[in-house]
Design a protein around this ligand. Sequence first.
Ligand code: GLU
Length: 210
Amino acid sequence: TVVQTCAIPISEGKSKKNLQRWQHRKPKHLYPPHPLRPQPRAKESSMTGFFYVYPPSLTNLIYKTMCGIFGYISKEKIDAASILLDGLKRLEYRGYDSAGIAVFSTRGILLKKKSGRISNLEQVVADMPDSLLGIGHTRWATHGSPTDDNAHPHFDCKKRIYIVHNGIIENYQTLKSYLKKKDHKFTSETDTEVIVHLIEELSKKYDFKE
Ligand code: GLU
């Protein structure tokens, strides 16, 4: 099963509360100058930090704050890895620090992820089978440093559920402690990973679709 989520931030004007919310989302120390991140294109207010662009617009907020998520589903088996890599390259302008793909194939779900440029990922993606379904992600780290393990997609203990995610799970510490007590094994430091383990845990009680 492949799960994909994507939260799109909505501009709500330049109220002080709103600005604080965006600044809170990625605290200053979490976005030091980074060679892979694009330079701001629009005028910025010195008072409001990296994420606030004047005049505010949905496009600017997305440009400033989104990682890249690319997914495909096809009726015929095709070269999954190339399509995903191509899709991720088109999203490079948003800024990122690592990238990864998961492909659902007759050999099971195959996962490749790598910190740094998409070209690093390209080097480890070889002989991927044709497939009907796949997801890809360029990450902009908020929780956990930009390492191979912290790159998306993330997976549950049984490697049945894979996820790519944009945004922050604010109560992830609470969820992580709860899931660790239930013997879930985490392989990354991200907030994102709690989602797959939570789905796995809940699927013990509920029908998966439910
Ligand atoms: N919070 C997630 C992480 O640190 C997602 C970051 C993003 O939006 O790329 O992995």
